[in-house]
Structure formats: C-alpha cells, structure tokens
Write a protein that binds this ligand. Structure first.
Ligand SMILES: Nc1ncnc2c1ncn2[C@@H]1O[C@H](COP(=O)(O)OP(=O)(O)OP(=O)(O)O)[C@@H](O)[C@H]1O
Ligand SMILES: [Mg+2]
Length: 638
C-alpha cells in the first residue's frame, strides 16, 4: 500500500459517499482496525474500557505513518489509499475516504504513536522510554505493541560517548476535539498505536443515544470477530476492562480460525463452500441444518474481504437451503465473494456497510447456486423440527409450486452428476452399513451394490432407517414422487419411456375437459410410457401403460393424470413440468401402501439417484433426520 498521505482534490471528495462516520464506539474500533489491516499489520490488539466510551486503543505492527504525515492523517479527505477517481473504482483497501481519523479526532481525545516499518534497528539499542502522559492502569502503547522482527527494542539512542541526539524514532501526536495539542518524537516499536479517550466528550447529546456500555462492548466483540473471520492470517487480541476476551493466533486458513472462534466442535457441522464462476469465486463454510440459528447474526458475508450487509444476498443463501432449514431459522455461514474490484462499488454507504454490484441479479444466482450445490453434495437433509410446525406445513401439495420456479431459473438446477453419485454412494453405504441380510435380487451392472438394509415401515406411510447415529424418516409417497418426477422429465425431454403392452387394449370414453387435455398433451402422454390414441368421438384406445409397480388399472391412472394436469395447466404451470408432476403425483406409491423390504430398499436406492433427493416436486421434504441428540433430549438424558 502506498504510504504517502495526500489531500484528495475537491472534485473527488464530492464523489465520495458522505455521512456520519462515527456513530458509536464500535464505529471507532471498526475504522481503526480497518486502518491497521490496510497498513498490512499481522498483529492487531484492541483494548476498550467502559464500552469504548472511556478508552479505545488499537495497536498494530503495520507500515506505520511517516513523521511528516501524521498531522495530515487527521485532516479531512487526506488519504494514502487513492488519489484519483479511476482508483476509486478499483479499490482493494478497506479505507479510501480519508475521513475516519479526522472524524474520530473531532469528538474525542486522540493519541497516536507511530513508527514506519522501514526503520532499521540500531545495534546499540536498549529499551525505549515510556510515555510519561499515560494514564494510570493503562498499558503503555509502546510496550504492548505487537511487533514484527526486528525486535521492538530499537530505540535509536547512541552509546554514551556517541552523539547525544537521538536518531529519528517514532512520533507521538496528541489531538483533542480536532485540534493538535502536541507532537513529539518518542521511542516506539514499528507500527501504530492509536488511543481514543472520552469519546463524544464534547458532544454530550450524542452520548445520550448510546446503549449501555455492555451492549457497546458486545458490538465491539462482534466486530473484531468479524474482522478475524475475514483475515485469518492476522492475529487479533481484545481486552475489555482489563480482561482478555479474545486471543486469536494467526490461523492457517479460515477453517482453523472458525475453530478458534466457535470451538472445534463446529467443524463437524459445517460444509466447505468452494465454487468458481469465472469472474466470481465463492468460498467459505455453511452450517448444516442442525446448527441453524434463530437470527441472521451468524451469517457472515464478505465481498473482497469487506463485511457487508445485503438483503438480496442473504436471501440467496437462505433460498439455497430450501427445505433443509427448520421454519423461521437462519443458516450459520461464512461466505466470501471475491470479484474484480471494478464490478463492485464500495462507495455507496458512508459507513461502507453496503456495496453495489454491477450485476446483482447474477450475483444472486451464483450465490444461490453455490449454496444449493454445496448442500446437495454433503450428507445433509432436513432435520426434525417441532412437530407442530410440520403439521402446519405438510399440507402444501398445491399446484402453484413456487419452489420449482426458483430451481428452474437457477444455474445450479443441473447439479454435477459425479458429485451426486459420490454423495449417493456415501449415503447408501451408511444406510446399508453392516446389514447382514442376504441379497434378495441380483444387481444389474451400474446399480449400487448396497445389499439390503434393515428398514421399517411405519403406518404404511413412513420408512425408518438409521444413518450416522440418526433416525432417518422417509415419506414414501413424497420420495417416490420425486423419483417419478425426475424420471418423467427425462422421458419427456430426452428419451421416451418404455411401455408395458396390454394384452387386451382398452377403449374408454373421456369427459369433454379430459378429452381436451388429452388432445392438447397427447404427444407428451405417450412419452410417459402410455400407448394411447383417439378412437372416435371422445373415446381413446389404450394399448400400453407405463410399468409402475402399484398401478393396477391403466385406464383410471390415465384419467387421474388428465384431471390433475388440467388443474396444473389452469394454474399456469409449464407443460413439461406439469405433465411430469401429474404423472409423479398419481403414479407414486401412496400413504397406506404396504411395502416389502425389497421395495423399501429400492426406494432408498432410487431416491438417492435423483438430483434433488430432499424434496418432492411440490417442495415438501422427502426425508427428515432426527439426530440422536434430539432423542436424548426427549428422553431427558443429559
Ligand atoms: N494504523 C495505521 N497504520 C498506517 N497508516 C495509517 C494507520 N491509520 C491511518 N493511517 C494513515 O492515515 C490515513 C488516514 O486514515 P483515515 O482512516 O482517516 O482514512 P483512510 O483510511 O484513507 O480512508 P477512510 O476514511 O475510508 O477510512 C490513511 O490513508 C493512512 O495513510
Ligand atoms: Mg481508514
């Protein structure tokens, strides 16, 4: 980063998003830490007292500020980070306005101690002097400063008989209410320490609007945590009222940093997000549904390492989870978007909380698709949620099918086959693990050699299995519907289904509306595996039907499809999707159908060969998982 500070020309100043920079203590912490990060610091220590209102100190081992520039740093619109409008559009630093330090200095008492990094240590160095102005009980900025090598003991005072004038060292500047009080040379380690005392001392009205010190402290802890997630390679320390509350060593990547912050237990409950869409890379981690949160507080979004708020992108993430999340819950997640700086405008919000993308719709779709793909390649499925909620949501078999529309419009709709297959195998291996039931049918080539698992049918409706210490419950109708739906879409668009010839073809008469629906969709209906043609008047001749296990009467099946299809088309459904959905709905195993062990096994197999095993075409879950912890809780085992 260039370190020379210059005042921005007025025409550029006018283009910078104006507004309040310092609203509360956390804004000061944010601005100071951002400066330390921009200064390429690798160690940052923050200390606050009384919610930051009395005292905030940020110490870094960054590039430091040149002696002649220190005063300038507190001048409005003075920055070393940009100098032209063109640079504003490709900004990679967190700061660029030259507004933070002067704004902070206006409403507090600031002390800066800084020394540029380039200084080479004197061989005759000895401990630097302490700052005589320091408050009682406060640590000396110089002594506590994290240091790079060379050692902090670089006070450049010559030996006894050498020249008595000290070599240039650090510089200390004191500024109160925006006015410079003193500037002097001082021994200091490389880097910068900025102390802000008595925030809003000269604007008491502003102080009144602040929350309690505890609440301000919480916001500061949260802010440092957020920085720590964006910059795992930086060590962060935070002391609150003399007590260390965070001590994060430099981490070897985000995963390690997540472990440091949230505890290593969480690492088993998150999935890696890593998708590349040419100009945009999406990385990070997503929480499995079992760690879903009651609020959005643990969903962190970063754009080029800047933490931002974006309603649209949060929505993209939540939508990517679909039915995996219990109702009213939000995902846990740390999501980084990296994109060329000229495709994102960071100069839209005075506190830089929001950004504007040159193509927000595309960004939405990329993110949605990345989340969706990630969740569909891991061992993830909807988890058990409060039964009452399920009952309310279970009656959603409507024809409007909003969830389908999102899915179809998204680039992630076609999930990579390989990933699906490897996931399917992993899941099946779990389901069929260690089951000692002899194979009951010969496997054809390409079929997963899974064996036969112990599965149970409950109320001729649900199939129960054990997976990874959890109880998995499959809704037999919803699951089969998903299987048939995907099969039908394939048959309607790629390859006509095979048909089972009837020994005795059936002639049947349709109602006027059934006949109309038949005429309009006759070709598609034949692709489903029916062999059917008009037979004069409203009569049709059925000579073949799709080979479905539970369908006894091909004539009734076809009529059911036609009635259902008419409804879907009336509701504005797209043709192929509607035909497939009607076929799946009417052809699927029903609640109440008794299944053999072999049929249950085959249903598991087939469901996990689909692209979207977790929901039926109406968006209802096909499977839920009840973790063993949930059972323990119910049985009041601690
Ligand atoms: N910790 C630091 N280490 C090194 N230089 C710093 C540090 N803090 C501030 N500076 C210098 O002081 C200048 C002014 O800082 P200030 O935060 O006011 O503006 P900025 O970071 O350039 O822009 P913004 O107002 O958007 O934060 C910076 O451009 C930088 O050169
Ligand atoms: Mg700044």
């Amino acid at each position: 980063m260039p370190t020379k500070i210059k005042i921005l020309p007025p025409e550029l100043v006018n283009k910078i998003a104006a507004g309040e920079v310092v609203e509360r203590p956390v804004s000061v912490v944010k601005e100071l830490v951002e400066n330390s990060i921009d200064a390429e610091a690798t160690d940052i220590s923050v200390e606050i007292k009384y919610g930051g209102l009395k005292y905030i100190r940020v110490v870094d081992n960054g590039c430091g500020i040149d002696k002649e520039d220190v005063g300038l740093a507190f001048t409005h619109h003075a920055t070393s980070k940009i100098s032209s409008f063109a640079e504003l559009s490709r900004i990679l630093t967190l700061g660029f306005r030259g507004e933070a330090l002067p704004s902070i200095a206006l409403v507090s008492q600031v002390e800066v101690v800084t020394k540029p990094r380039s200084f080479s240590p004197s061989p005759l160095s000895f401990p630097y002097p302490t700052d005589p102005s320091k408050d009682e009980g406060e640590e000396d900025a110089a002594r506590t400063a994290p240091t790079n090598s060379p050692s902090p003991q670089s006070s450049p005072i010559k030996g006894e008989e050498g020249a008595s004038r000290p070599l240039p060292t650090g510089v200390q500047l004191k500024i109160e209410g925006g006015r410079i009080k003193s500037i002097s040379e001082i021994g200091a380690p490389e880097g910068t320490s900025i102390t802000v005392r008595e925030l809003f001392y000269n604007t008491p009205a502003r102080r009144k609007f602040l929350k309690s010190p505890n609440s301000e402290t919480r916001q500061i802890i949260e802010r440092i945590t957020t920085f720590a997630l964006a910059f795992p390679q930086i060590s962060f320390k935070l002391k609150v009222d003399g007590k260390e509350v965070l001590n994060l060593q430099k981490a070897d990547g985000l995963k390690q940093r997540i472990g440091q912050i949230f505890g290593s237990q969480i690492l088993k409950q998150i999935l890696e997000l890593d998708c590349d869409y040419d100009v945009v890379q999406i990385k990070g981690f997503l929480g499995k549904p079992e760690i879903a949160k009651a609020s959005r507080a643990e969903l962190y979004l970063f754009v080029n390492q800047r933490n931002i708020f974006s309603k649209a992108l949060y929505h993209a993430i939540v939508t990517g989870y679909k039915d995996l999340l219990p109702r009213g819950k939000f995902p846990w997640g740390i999501v980084y978007l990296s994109l060329p700086p000229d495709t994102v405008d960071v100069n839209v919000h005075p506190a830089k909380k929001e950004v504007r993308f040159s193509n927000e719709k595309q960004m939405y779709e990329f993110l949605y698709s990345a989340v969706y793909k990630t969740l569909n390649t891991g061992l993830v499925m909807p988890i058990y949620t409060d039964l009452k909620e399920r009952i309310v949501t279970s009656d959603t078999e409507t024809h409007g099918d909003a969830s389908l529309q999102i899915r179809e419009g998204s680039p992630g709709y076609f999930t990579e086959k390989d990933k699906i297959q490897s996931f399917q195998q992993e899941f099946l291996a779990e389901v069929f693990k260690g089951m000692k039931v002899s194979p009951i049918k010969e496997k054809k080539a390409g079929e997963p050699a899974a064996g036969v698992a112990n599965l149970w049918q409950l109320s001729n409706m649900y199939i129960l299995a054990q997976v990874k210490g959890s109880l998995v419950v499959m809704d037999q109708h919803a699951a089969h519907e998903r299987v048939l739906y995907e099969e039908a879409v394939r048959n309607l668009t790629i390859e006509k289904a095979s048909s089972q010839h009837l020994l005795f073809p059936i002639v049947t008469e349709l109602s006027p509306s059934e006949f109309m629906t038949f005429e309009e969709n006759d070709e598609l209906i034949n692709k489903l595996g029916f062999e059917v043609k008009p037979f004069g008047g409203r009569s049709i001749l059925i000579s073949g039907v799709p080979p479905l296990p539970k369908i006894q009467n091909g004539e009734v099946f076809l009529k059911d499809i036609l009635v259902d299809l008419e409804e879907r088309l009336k509701a504005g459904g797209e043709k192929v999707k509607s035909v497939a959905a009607s076929f799946a709905c009417k052809g699927a195993i029903k609640a109440g159908d008794k299944l053999s062990l072999e049929e249950m096994n085959s249903l598991f197999d087939q469901l996990f060969a689909t692209k979207e095993p977790y929901s039926c075409p109406h968006g209802r879950p096909t499977l839920i998982r009840i973790p063993i912890e949930e059972l323990n809780k119910r049985f009041e085992r601690s």
